[in-house]
Ligand binder design. Sequence first.
Ligand code: ADP
Ligand code: MG
Length: 265
Amino acid sequence: MIIKINNLYFSYQGGKQNNQFKLTVDDWGVNKGAFFSLLGPNGSGKSTLLKLILRFIKPARGNIFINGVDIQDYKRKDLAKTIAYVPQKISSAFPYSVYETVMMGRTPYMNFMGFENEEDRRIVKHALEIFEIDHIKHKGINELSGGELQRVMIARAVAQNASIILLDEPNAHLDIEHQVSIYGILNELRIQKQITILTVTHDLNLAGVYSDYISFMVNGRILISGNKKDVLNEKNIKDIFKVNAEVIKYTDDILNVLVKPDKLN
Ligand code: ADP
Ligand code: MG
């Protein structure tokens, strides 16, 4: 397991004690090289779990291991070389250019002076090309469409050359062509470089096509986890999301989810 969690407990400080959000994960992990989807309703704690894995927030109890080492024992730079992150909310207060933003992915590799070298430039150029943002590299990131900005953030994460990429609703702003192409690129990287991908998404179809493992999260707990073909089914979708769906199984590897409106029942 490249990510392993034991007896984790977290709650946000402040607020009323009785309606405070609590997250509890007893025993959960992600295999190296997996394409793992984390699904669940709004407010179930998916983003919080990613932030715990990134060490942005600290659990009250329990441990998170990356490559067998407790994240609390990692040096900042080493953690940044290991895990890249595409956030759900992208704040672009400062008008960095697209090029500068993708180059930020190289920060953990730069010396204390922060100078980029030839290899950094080559990696950034490649990331700009594969995500089709080369033509806008001089634009400010607050002059982009939602989908362009999303691709910039994914390119930055890929330029970071980490062995794990965490993505929080990466397809939220993408048109259908880019949803498919970006998931395809991530999947290629996973296969070629044994990268592990953990993505939060509401898109059951993309999860059904690209991921190999799925966990469902509800009220701060991971309720169901397993192989996609075993857990992405009508009963679980009904239990978790309260909607009727039909799951079409093309192969064990390609599932299509058709959510049905109440009218049809
Ligand atoms: P999800 O990503 O599954 O939609 P989140 O992890 O963002 O859910 O949030 C889980 C719960 O924690 C929500 O009820 C949310 O309101 C609460 N929450 C998120 N961030 C904070 C915060 N910084 N302080 C207090 N509560 C928070
Ligand atoms: Mg979220």
